[in-house]
Design a binder for this molecule. Structure first.
Ligand SMILES: C[S@@+](CC[C@H](N)C(=O)[O-])C[C@H]1O[C@@H](n2cnc3c(N)ncnc32)[C@H](O)[C@@H]1O
Length: 198
């Protein structure tokens, strides 16, 4: 059975043109927290010259793999287990890493560890793209995001919408510079980070 999420379906066409800006010269994209897998399968179908590597916690791999198997695309390798907090990521150096709607699901400590690992895995000049809802100190917190944040924290006190400034501090501490925040529908953003010279 292929798992399905409405949000993933709605977002895939919104985020792909933004990811595509960073694809020239890139032959592989690593996705963190691929979820159902339906987004990465769509991306792979639209950009067959790029290898799209899905990853997630082990419990989500069968669902992602069901999408990959059904797609039958050469540029979709088997989904791999990856907890962003694990001490070593078993991947070659990457030029483009993408994640969607994950930073508010994992704990703040895991977000910090994710950025520590990016310092090891991302090539100099490589990009990290993060899609989702964020809280910006200089902007009002949208009511829909405030409601969502309350829901997340009641469900799991370790989760919650992350502060943009704190994410940037984690990035900066690990040699990644914030380049851009692109406002998207429903109070979501795509944050763009670039790995600076070592
Ligand atoms: C709301 S889902 C988003 C899934 C997908 N990226 C999307 O946009 O549809 C959050 C995902 O984050 C993953 N996740 C949470 N903590 C994680 C961790 N420590 N390492 C890797 N993935 C994690 C979950 O397993 C889940 O697939």
């Amino acid at each position: 059975m292929k798992p399905y999420a409405d949000a993933a379906e709605e977002n895939k066409t919104v985020v792909l043109p933004l990811i595509a800006r960073f694809l020239p010269g890139v032959d592989e994209v690593l996705e963190l927290g691929s979820g159902t897998g339906q987004q990465i399968v769509y991306f792979a179908g639209q950009y067959p010259q790029v290898r799209w590597q899905a990853t997630d916690l082990p419990e989500n791999l069968p669902g992602i793999q069901a999408w990959i198997d059904a797609a039958g695309l050469d540029n979709l390798p088997p989904a791999q287990a990856l907890d962003v907090a694990q001490p070593h990521w078993p991947f070659a150096p990457q030029s483009l890493i993408y994640t969607s709607n994950t930073l508010h699901i994992m704990s703040k400590d895991h977000v910090r560890m994710l950025f520590c690992r990016l310092a090891e895995v991302l090539n100099e000049g490589g990009h990290f793209l993060v899609y989702g809802p964020f809280r910006f100190a200089d902007q009002p917190f949208a009511q829909s995001n405030a409601r969502f944040d309350r829901f997340l924290r009641e469900r799991d006190p370790r989760s919650g919408i992350r502060d943009f400034e704190e994410i940037c501090a984690f990035a900066q501490a690990n040699g990644l510079a914030h380049q851009e925040s692109i406002a998207l529908p429903h109070n979501n953003h795509m944050l763009v980070f670039r790995r600076e010279a070592h």
